[in-house]
Each structure stands twice: as C-alpha cells, then as structure tokens.
Design a protein around this ligand. Structure first.
Ligand code: DGJ
Length: 723
C-alpha cells in the first residue's frame, strides 16, 4: 500500500516494496536520503555524517556544503560543483538558482501533466514540494507519486515564473537522483537503425557517463533510460535502479561520479538544443520521469517497469485486450502494388486466419518510391482505382479488418503540400535544407500544421474505414528552426514539436477510440514511454531476421512489456540479413510480442500456408499469456548461442517457454534449461509432450530441451498447471 509518512522534516514515500526518503534541511534545501528496498524508518544522522554535515541543525549552504549534500533538484553555481538539474537566466544575465522549500503537502490526487504523457494516478500516494528561488522569483513544484502495485516512483517538475521579469530556462531536467556511493555498473540501451536497444553495461567511472539523443526523437541510437546495477547483479538477483523519461524527443541521461565517490543521476530534456522563455506568471512543465528499484535483478526491474506501464500508462482501452493478428504489406510488396495484388495478399492472409490486413507505404500521391508525395494524402487512383473506400470494402468482405500506413509528420519537397506551404517544415531561412530519405520534417509545434495532420489522418481513416493506423516517422531533425518563433526563442522548436505531436495524438485517439494505433519510426526509432501513452504497440525494428530480433526484443523488454512490441514473421532469405531461418523459429520469435506477418502469403508453399493457419491459431490461443504475462529471460541472447524466455500468467497456472539456438553444434547433448517464475508447489503438464513435472523440479533441475537439427533451431512449450 502506497503511503507518505512525515516525521518532522523527514518525508518517507513508500509502498510494500520500496522506500524513497527526502529531508528538508534547515534553510529549506531539499536533500535526498534514500531510494531502495522498503525501510521501516530512517535516522538521517548517518547520511548527514557521510556528507560531512554534523547534524541537521548544523547545516549551512555556506562553505560549499552543497557539493557534498545529496539533493533532490540541485543547480550548479552556488556551491554544488556537480552538474545540476536546472539553469535559469535571469534579467541580470546570471544562471544560478537556489531553490528552497516553501511548502510540502500530500495531495489527494496525482496532478495531471498538461500537454504531456504521464502515468495515471490511480492507486498512488502523491506528495508535492513548492520551492522558490528568492533571487528570480522562480517557483518549482516538485511532484512525487508512488504506486500501490509496482516498485516505482514517478517524478515531475513544473516551473512557474513568480517574479516580475522574464526568465529563460536553459536547462529544466526532470530528475536528479543522488546516491551515496559509486559501486554500480551503468546499463544503457544504445543502438542503430535495425539494431535497436542493444544492452550496454560498464562499471561507473569518475566523471560523466551516460546517453543522449539530439535527433528530435528518443531515437534508435539511444533510449531515454539508464540503470545502475550492482556489479554482482544479474538477470534474477541483485540490486538495480532504473530511470526513464516519459518523453519522445531529445533527452540526456547521465551519471556523474564526483570527487567523493558519490553518484548523481540526471535525466531530462537535453539542454544543448533547448531554451524556454518564461514570461511573468508563465509555467513550464518538464516531462515525467519514472524510477524503479528491484533487488531481483534486471528481470525484477523490467517486470517493475512493465507493471507500471501496463497499470498506469498504456492506453486503458487496450489493457489486457486481445490484439488482431495482422499482415503488413511492406515486405510483401514495398511500393509495387495495385488493388488486385493487395486483395490477393489479403485473401491468402484471411484464409490463414489473419484478422487484419495493413496496407503500408505507397498508396498516395504518386509515391512509387520514397522520393515523393509525403503530405499529399490523397489516394493514387492509378494503383487503387476504387480508392481507399473500395479497397477497404473489398478487404472487409473477406471477413477481416483493414488497416493503413501514414507518415503524418513529414513532407516531401516534391509534394503539393510543400509547394503550398514551404515554411511549414523545420528550416533555417537562408540555409540549404538537409534531406533524409528525401523528406523534410513538418513543424509540429505550429497549430496550423497540427490541424492539417489531424484532418489528413481523420479523412484517411474515415474514407478507408480502417481500424488500424501505422504511424511512421522516418527521419531525424536537422535545420532545427521554426518560422513561427522569433529569433530568441528558436531553441523552443524541438520541445514545441513534441508538444504539438502529443496534442495531435491526443485529438486523434479521442476521435477514433476504436482504431488501433501502432507507432513506428523506421522500426523502433521512437520506442519510448511517451509514445506508449497514446499507442499500445510500436513496430519494434525494421530488422525482421529471427536471430537479430531475439536480441532486439530482449533489449526492448528491459524496459517495455511484450504487448508493446510489434513482431512479425517475415520471408526468407531475410530482407535485412539474407539469412534463411526455419519458419518455426521466425514464428517462435514473433510470438514474443504483438504477433503478425510481413510477407506475401501467395508466395508460400501449400505446406507453409497450412503451417500459417496453425500458427495464427496458436498465437491467438496464447495471446493474453504472451502479451500480459510476467516475462522472465532465462538466458539472454548476448553472451551465448542460446536464448530462452518465459511468459508466466499472474496466477502462475500457465506459462509459455521459448528456446532459440543460433548455431547448430554436432555431437551436443540437448540443453537442460532451468525454468523461472513458476509455482514450486504445483505440477505442470508440458502440453506438447504430455509430460508432467513439479514446478520445483523445472526450476531447480531443469527441462531437457531436444532442439531440431540445424541453425536457428527453436522450441516452444506450453505449460499448464494440473488441477
Ligand atoms: C519504415 C517502417 O519501419 C517500415 O516498416 C515501412 O513502413 C517503411 N517505413 C515504409 O516507408
């Protein structure tokens, strides 16, 4: 049960599993004392002595005590020599800030973050500190929420100009977490296009380390996340703290080890491309950050985040709900299709039991390649003479749903939209526009652009009757500048873009409550908690090769649950790696998320088509378990030949086990794999073999897994508890 306890100047935020403790120092500086496993109480004397501060009433910000004090929302320049969370330029040109507590209050409800995605406040306790900088009049509202049902604390900061002069925010991070030692490894999720979210782990070292994105999107190259794990922490044991930002744009996640061997974690919008003018009385809301603690290893932290997103962030109407098994036309046809070809694919898909056919890129303007037409969302009658209406109707007559692709945030220089509104894209007047995939980025911060996008998407959905929209975004920002902002506010452009995008998503998901929106950014190039507030799933990667996908899906599930990952079976040789893997393994891997296909079923053999029918049936039968069960990575794919994972239902009566072996080895014994997450006291039947084993046996002795011959072999077992 989440609660907030106050003992004098000590604030203890806790639930059944974790505690977070803060202290108001004499004079009002807000100190951070603890984040970790639940405590019954805390005597601050220890921690103050550690910071070389004799007792709480002996504290003074003089003598640079701030450089040693662990703090909640510090800033640089008035004694603390470490990086701070906030810098504000005042009318005198200085940028130091000194926030002191004015008020602390427990709140009846978690405040809503206006204009930004954030965790919903059901089942939580909330605390707010009102802080003020006497010099500028700046007020900071520091909000904390702790949930009943997950080991997570959500934090956010709202800045209000309570002074009489205009202020300029030059850094407004969302989170600072000061920890009393540096005995941690830092884990981040760097990547690249088609190689998203690889797991990078290294020991903390003196100075700065971390990860960031200045690409205008959270990006394939970096995820707004870092974790600190004890060196001995592994997948299922040991302490770990994870921090992430509920935001989809530029970010900075850093850990600084100071001269005293203490660690400061900072997380927020990257300030290198940020500035915000705050007129007297105006407010700025920084994105929400979420912290999870676990002493059950990386897997424990991941399940903590999964529970936080599933219970408090993902769109409610998709909670625990079945997703349609889909077939997407991209790798089946690319730009080369017409009505009849798509209908034939849709028919073969429907025959295999697929429930939703998605027409990908290439249906509008004169888009026969990626050089043209983004922004001109009118159907290409040469390809689709019956229009979206006709195709939608014909697909539905097969007894399946129709879905469609758009890339609404972009414009091609070769488009009527660009010719009519050349200033609607991000640009710097007088500089050559840098194209990427032959396209430019619309300035989503502008109201008229937002209205255009809402109208274009609405018209498309209405005309086609689509019940699914794949929302793509295929390039990063360059030429960052907005024609709608004056020179001294250009640095607001990137954040205004995100606010505009979120406003558009908000309008669209409200207007089309029955449409399933799937996010995409050249695959998983904007896979973050910000987008997941609006869309329940995101196309995980453009790399559909089964062996690569195991790694990408493993990295992604460090932070996000299986239900959020779009995972498709594609054709072989694989279009990204040219690797040929068995259909069974492509299937086994795609079962790791929201399941679908990315191939032309008309090109399959009769035998493969028959296999598809069984696959769709199996995917459907196991769907709720796979998408919403508790995920255990028994063996991650990063340091060996085998990868194994399990989804276990909440009541531990059902489980799905998957094993993938990359390279065949001759003369090898079949692996014995020790399962996880089961009920030791129950007996489980392996449906595929009919054998029955005790849960204790399966977890302590293991399960013998005879894999088929050949490279990229796999095995999927369903376990059901005996009555
Ligand atoms: C990038 C996406 O990741 C692909 O799945 C596909 O939709 C293409 N864009 C279409 O241009």
């Amino acid at each position: 049960m989440a609660e907030i306890l106050r003992n004098g100047n000590l604030y203890h935020i806790r639930n059944d599993v974790i505690s977070y403790v803060l202290m108001e120092m004499p004079g009002g500086v807000l100190a951070h004392l603890y984040f970790g496993a639940r405590l019954e109480g805390l005597n601050a004397a220890n921690l103050l002595r550690h910071a070389n501060i004799p007792s709480d009433d002996g504290f003074s910000v003089q003598e640079c005590a701030l450089d040693r004090l662990p703090q909640e929302y510090p800033s640089f320049g008035l004694g603390d020599m470490r990086d701070g969370a906030l810098t504000v330029e005042g009318p005198d040109g200085s940028w130091a800030v000194d926030l002191r507590v004015e008020k602390a209050e427990t709140l009846d409800a978690k405040p809503v973050l206006e204009g930004l995605p954030a965790t919903r406040g059901e089942g939580c306790a909330a605390l707010r500190f009102t802080m003020r900088d006497a010099h500028t009049g700046l007020v900071a509202l520091l909000d904390y929420a702790i949930y009943d049902d997950c080991p997570a604390v959500a934090r956010s900061v709202k800045l209000v100009n309570g002074g009489e002069a205009t202020l300029k925010l030059t850094r407004a991070y969302s989170l600072c977490l000061d920890l009393p030692d540096d005995g941690w490894d830092i884990i981040t999720l760097p990547g690249a296009w088609a190689r998203e979210r690889t797991v990078c782990r290294r020991p903390l070292a003196a100075g700065h380390q971390g990860i960031s994105s200045r690409r205008g999107a959270s990006s394939a190259q970096a995820s707004p996340f870092l974790a600190l794990a004890r060196p001995e922490t592994n997948q299922d044991r040991g302490e770990i703290i994870g921090a992430t930002l509920i935001y989809s744009g530029n970010f900075m996640a850093s850990a600084e080890v100071s001269q005293f061997g203490v660690t400061r974690v900072l997380l927020g919008i990257d300030d290198r491309d940020f500035g915000w003018q705050l007129l007297p009385g105006a407010e700025f809301q920084a994105p929400e950050a979420a912290l999870v603690y676990s002493d059950e290893g990386i897997g424990g932290m991941s399940r903590g985040f999964h529970a936080l997103w599933e219970n408090h962030l993902l769109p409610k109407r998709w909670m625990n709900r079945k997703r349609p098994v889909l077939l997407n036309s991209w790798e089946a046809a690319y730009f080369d299709f017409d009505h009849d070809k798509l209908l034939a694919i849709a028919k073969a898909a429907a025959d295999a039991g697929v429930e939703l056919f998605v027409m990908d890129d290439g249906w509008f303007g004169h888009r026969d390649d990626d050089y043209t037409s983004l922004g001109d969302w009118t159907v290409d009658r040469k390809k689709l003479p019956l229009g979206l209406e006709g195709l939608g109707k014909d697909v539905r007559s097969l007894g399946i749903q129709f879905g469609i692709w758009m890339e609404p945030e972009m414009v091609s220089p070769d488009s009527d939209l660009f010719r009519a509104h050349p200033d609607w894209c991000l640009h710097i007047p007088g500089r050559e526009a840098i194209q990427s995939r032959h396209q430019l980025v619309l300035d989503m911060g502008r109201q008229e652009v937002q209205d255009f996008v809402v109208e274009a998407v609405s018209k498309t959905l209405k005309a086609s009757g689509a019940t699914y929209l794949k929302w793509d975004m295929n390039r990063n920002f360059t030429n960052i500048g907005s024609a709608a902002l004056p020179a001294d506010r250009q640095k607001e452009t990137a954040h205004r873009y995100m606010l505009g995008l979120y406003a558009v998503m908000e309008r669209l998901v409200a207007a089309f409550p029955d449409v399933l929106f799937e996010g995409c950014a050249s695959g998983g190039g904007r896979f973050d908690a910000g987008m997941l507030y609006y869309v329940p799933q995101i196309w995980c990667s453009d790399d559909t090769d089964a062996l690569c996908r195991v790694e990408i899906q493993c990295g992604t599930t460090i932070l996000f649950p299986p239900s959020t990952m779009g995972c498709h079976v594609s054709a072989v040789p694989n279009h990204q790696t040219a690797r040929v893997t068995p259909l069974e393994t492509r299937f086994a891997v795609a079962l790791g998320g929201s399941f679908g296909y990315e191939l032309d079923p008309c090109k399959l053999t009769d035998e493969e088509r028959a296999a598809l029918r069984n696959e769709v049936d199996f995917a459907n039968r196991t769907q709720l378990l796979r998408l919403y069960g508790r995920l255990y990575w028994i063996q991650t794919p990063f340091n060996g030949n085998d990868a194994a994972w399990m989804s276990v239902s909440e009541d531990r009566k059902e489980a799905l086990f998957t094993l993938v072996r990359a390279m065949a080895r001759p003369n090898a014994m079949p692996p014995m794999v020790r399962l996880a997450g089961l009920d030791a006291g129950r007996r489980y039947r392996v449906a595929e073999t009919g054998e029955v084993f005790g849960g204790d046996e399966l977890m302590r002795v293991g399960l013998c897994c005879p894999l088929p011959y050949g490279d990229a072999a796999s095995l999927v077992y369903t376990l059901v508890a005996e009555a």
